[in-house]
Design a protein around this ligand. Sequence first.
Ligand SMILES: Cc1cc2nc3c(=O)[nH]c(=O)nc-3n(C[C@H](O)[C@H](O)[C@H](O)COP(=O)(O)OP(=O)(O)OC[C@H]3O[C@@H](n4cnc5c(N)ncnc54)[C@H](O)[C@@H]3O)c2cc1C
Length: 384
Amino acid sequence: MKVVIIGAGVAGLAIGWKLALGGAKVVVLERAQVGNGATLVSGGMLAAAAELGSAGSPEADFARRANALWPEFAAALEAQSGIAIGYRRNGALLLRMAGEAPRAEEPLSGDHSPLTAEAARALEPLLGEDLADAVFAPGEAQVDSQALCRALAVCFVQAGGEVRATETAVRFELTGGRMTGVTTPFTTHRADIFIMAAGAWSARIEGLPPEAVPKIVPVKGEIIVLSPPAGVSVPMHVVWGNGVYIVPRRQRVLVGATMELAGFDTSLTKTALTWLRRQAEGLMPALKDWRLSEHWAGLRPAAPDGLPILGQSSVDGLFVASGQYRNGILFAPAVADVLSRLVLERIAVDPAFDPRRFEGTTSALIVPQTPHKEGGNGAWSAAS
Ligand SMILES: Cc1cc2nc3c(=O)[nH]c(=O)nc-3n(C[C@H](O)[C@H](O)[C@H](O)COP(=O)(O)OP(=O)(O)OC[C@H]3O[C@@H](n4cnc5c(N)ncnc54)[C@H](O)[C@@H]3O)c2cc1C
């Protein structure tokens, strides 16, 4: 079976690797370089609890399934690529700041423990005084998403896959209603199966009937990287609070992230930088002495209902793996698992994620935006 995947982000590469291991002949088309999209700038948190809580929902179930797959996925990637991907299950602290309303009480999941402010500070001495209490979620993990993509590309190629970088998929070709090719500036690729894994750009390739165009909207996120003064250690855990998260990665911390509907704009803004720094310093006052070493922006792929879009499209031969929104790194092993089973074994994906669920609807995307812009109020905004 020949498969063409569009997009060499975490989704396209993870699916490609699984399919190649399963015996398919796989080509990944990438308009720029491997891991060039949202994956490049991601916080790399595997934050099933912080993002989706302990309630039962198709997405939370999918997140837990992905979380369970991660240890084996990470070990196989590191062993086969020889690249350390920084996978660590150190847990996360979910903080409530002084003056904030008590958490809307969803029961704590079994392994989560409530902590006093003092106990939280004992775990993370950089935390400031302005803290009411915290929850420790020990199952939360993290990975270096840039190293992850490099490792995935190596494993994919070792398994027989081919990455064609700087080759943009421009137009799909249909014959008798079935997907038969995708045209790039260089050639037309023919295959049995095509998988759209082009992240926030998944709706931009020409040639599809309107009902088959994935309903994906880009949600911009800016994130900054801070380096400590000499002799100062980075935190041990991922920390959430004050509207931001702080992620230790190697000898630095990532502070993220803004949320904004800004089309395909990925410019870096002073307002986001100032807001991220201010919120992070509210959590850990000592960060005011840390040096800004990088500032990134990227586009999360979001569906109107905020759920992933995974599975068969309304065009025969075209599958979609998009809409991972804020959790595409966490979801990666599960996305690879369900898409490869669907393609190789015809095992159905959860209907909640079916790409065809929006047909005939005009639903708008509802996105909570961060109040990082002057005058912004963090309200929810809708985009059609
Ligand atoms: C600031 C920020 C922080 C985040 N933090 C986290 C986090 O901590 N944990 C988490 O789980 N998720 C996080 N996310 C979300 C996560 O990064 C995304 O959900 C995930 O990376 C999506 O992966 P993808 O492979 O679908 O898309 P991308 O990584 O965007 O990859 C899509 C690829 O397709 C390519 N492409 C596009 N169009 C074409 C075309 N026509 N032809 C060929 N190639 C094309 C692009 O160049 C790109 O390389 C974050 C996102 C942002 C922006």
